[in-house]
Design a binder for this molecule. Structure first.
Ligand code: PMP
Length: 389
């Protein structure tokens, strides 16, 4: 053991004792609803491939044809020759889909948030953030050096108090997930836009889990709430979840996007997204828009799951999105329940602190259009059996 190992090992041992140690496991994804682990094929409720597009033949064909045409890697940053026609076409298509003037592609959602927040806020500015926002938004705020004020989850009164008492000088950003990634609930967007308007703030929405899933044509939580660019001037979306590919974008006015092009460090100082992925994403966008049956099927699964799990000793958090968290409480109990499901051939990961607050460890059940009604019934039956015995 090196000196470094000796210094690091006690922390791992401590996490192990608390059943909080994270472990990687290789899994072959068969599709959004099933995985193959070393021991067996598993029915999976762990994927963010909400529409079941990640293994779609048309996306795979577009990826291969795109690679043949434009190469696998882009070879350079966007501003240094890495920006291909297909990136441009995808940005324009995403902007139109989001109902915005323009959009800018980022390597992934984490990078998009770091770059976008850092470009919009700095020293002397204030960021008002929901306490349950995704980690990338927290990190983005910290890295930006703006003052970070976190309001209790979806607590509009708390947010308003902070907006009133925080210094009025500088820029003010209200930042929220559209759909909260660990709870599955939708942000109170209409009320947030109202507070932003009254208190001179800009609303920034990270719609990683709403895009493709909610709203007309899958245009996300903001469109579902009937809000436009004036109300939500900054919209972030990811391409690795409902779109089934990889990457992210920020959409807004042309001036916003041009500002990001000058200032977003995670856009400027990094290799452009592989063009083959941009080709696949254009195909994914056609599927997202043109195949509403996928969203319909998802809604049916959500209703069936919630009806099936009513009355169990564990609480299903209120959510009508494909993220359906089953609150267990202790980390130990959550892991035990996850393992018991796994012994029955069903994979639902336990999510523990620090990803979620202490005492709220849960099974994060995610549904996909790749599931069948029978898959959902199987999960319900297994959980009911485990509850009764
Ligand atoms: N924002 C939210 C709300 C997310 O849930 C995630 C992914 N878990 C991200 C951003 C990061 O996106 P990506 O996986 O594309 O980096």
């Amino acid at each position: 053991m090196t000196d470094l190992d000796a210094a690091l090992a006690p922390e791992l041992a401590r996490l192990e004792a608390l059943r909080l140690r994270r472990r990687l496991q290789p899994m072959d994804a068969v599709d959004g609803a099933s995985l193959r682990a070393a021991e067996a094929a598993l029915l999976s409720f762990s994927s963010n491939d909400y529409l079941g597009l990640a293994r779609d033949d048309r996306l795979q064909a577009a990826l291969c044809a795109g690679a043949a045409r434009d190469g696998v890697g882009s070879g350079a940053a966007h501003l240094l020759g890495g920006h291909r026609g297909v990136h441009q076409a995808l940005e324009e298509a995403l902007a139109a889909f989001a109902g915005r003037e323009a959009a800018l592609l980022f390597g992934n959602g984490y990078l998009a948030n770091l770059g976008m927040i850092g470009a919009l806020a700095g020293r002397g500015d204030t960021i008002f953030a929901d306490r349950l926002n995704h980690a990338s938004l927290v990190d983005a705020a910290l890295l930006s050096r703006a003052r970070l004020l976190r309001y209790r989850h979806a607590d509009l009164q708390h947010l308003e108090d902070l907006l009133k008492t925080a210094p009025a000088r500088g820029r003010r950003l209200i930042v929220t997930d559209g759909v909260f990634s660990m709870d599955g609930d939708v942000a109170p967007l209409v009320a947030l836009t109202e507070l932003a308007r009254r208190h001179r703030a800009w609303l920034v929405v990270d719609d990683a889990h709403g895009l493709g899933v909610l709203g007309p044509d899958g245009r996300g939580s903001v469109a579902a709430a009937g809000l436009d660019e004036a109300a939500v001037p900054v919209l972030m979306g990811t391409l690795g979840k409902a779109f089934g590919v990889y990457g992210a974008f920020v959409a807004g006015s042309r001036i916003l996007v041009d500002t990001l092009l000058q200032r977003a460090r995670t856009y400027i100082y990094t290799t452009a997204l592989p063009p083959a992925l941009a080709h696949a994403t254009l195909t994914a966008l056609d599927c997202v828009r043109g195949e509403p049956w996928r969203r319909e099927r998802l809604r049916e699964h959500v209703h069936a799951l919630r009806a099936g799990l009513a009355g169990l000793p564990w609480t299903l958090l209120p959510s009508d999105t494909p993220i359906q968290p089953l609150l267990v409480g202790g980390a130990d109990a959550a892991v035990t329940l996850s393992e018991a499901l796994r012994a029955r051939g069903i994979y639902v990961p336990a999510v523990r602190p620090p990803t979620v607050p202490q005492g709220t460890a849960r099974l994060r059940i995610t549904l996909s259009a790749a599931h069948t009604a029978t898959d959902v019934e199987r999960l319900v039956r297994a959980l009911r059996e485990l509850a009764s015995g």
